[in-house]
Design a protein around this ligand. Structure first.
Ligand SMILES: Nc1nc2c(c(=O)[nH]1)N=C([C@H](O)[C@H](O)COP(=O)(O)OP(=O)(O)OP(=O)(O)O)CN2
Ligand SMILES: [Zn+2]
Length: 139
């Protein structure tokens, strides 16, 4: 089995609603996202000969997903008062509502399924919340 890996990072803020501790407050991370795809075979002919896919294509697809979440406040739906959310939006802040608690584990599943939607055979995704802490989703 051949494996190919691409990584990209994004800087954003979040909080964990219902968390007992400092992470219930708004704080930021530089999240690093690693995506590994797999294939039994390589392209046989042409300009992609000997590759699963061009690194640049894989990198661009990871970057596109990651950039959607960059420099934003990422919140789980319904964990902030509508009035507060509206004020932040009206004041021009980039707010992203997700339907999951924004943990490293849930982000790893999010990127896994989004890359599958793009047609990749994904082996695993890993999301670093800090250089020492990461979560993996794999099948
Ligand atoms: N299993 C998980 N546990 C925690 C997650 C998570 O995504 N999955 N997330 C958090 C918070 O987001 C928090 O920001 C991380 O906190 P912490 O480990 O304390 O990170 P710090 O770098 O701030 O640690 P210090 O040792 O205080 O520097 C919490 N848990
Ligand atoms: Zn955090």
């Amino acid at each position: 089995m051949y494996l190919l890996k691409a990584e990209h990072s994004f800087d954003s803020a979040h909080f964990l609603a219902g968390y007992d501790g400092k992470c219930s407050n708004i704080h930021g991370h530089r999240w690093t996202v690693e995506v590994e795809i797999q294939s039994e075979n390589l392209v046989a002919d042409g300009k992609l000969k000997g590759m699963i896919v061009d690194f640049s294509e894989l990198k661009e697809d990871v970057k596109e997903l990651v950039n959607d979440l960059d420099h934003a406040l990422i919140i789980q739906k319904d964990t902030m008062r509508k009035e507060t959310l509206n004020c932040l939006v009206e004041d021009g802040f980039k707010m992203i509502e997700v339907d999951f608690r924004p943990t490293a584990e849930n982000f790893s599943f999010h990127f896994f399924s989004e890359m599958e939607k793009k047609g990749y055979d994904v082996k695993r995704t890993r999301v670093y919340e800090t250089p020492n802490n990461s979560a993996v989703y794999e099948k």
